[in-house]
Design a protein around this ligand. Sequence first.
Ligand code: ZN
Length: 153
Amino acid sequence: MLKKGLLVSALFLSGAFAAAADCSFDLKGTDAMTYTDAAGKPVPEIVVPASCADFTINMEHVGKMPKTAMGHNVVVAKSGDVKAITAAGVKAGVKGDYLPAGDAKIVAASKMVGGGEKTSVKVPVAKIKEGGYNFFCSFPGHEMKMNGKLTVK
Ligand code: ZN
């Protein structure tokens, strides 16, 4: 009985870990105005498994600079809407996380963080299934370097 119980919990745990790994991605933000993966490499694209209901992008700001100088967030929107969102975001200022409030073009967005802080954003996969979506940082000027494709496969 004991042996069987242990086996069941082992299977349950491995299943839970596998699901968490498949439906999330760990991104890092740096003082060099870049996103990197856990290994410090650039992230031109994040592949989202179509089987996920929600996909979570976790972002850790591994730099030391404050939010006011080198803030980072993760925003998801259609590629063609990115420029309009960042332009409107400048007006919102750092208090508004450099994002236009209530803008329907924003599919999902995390809060803006500074060095040593973490944040995350949950993306409803059904909303991005058609393709052509990007993830980017809305801090003024950062989108030029901090911008990648979000592809559902
Ligand atoms: Zn940024």
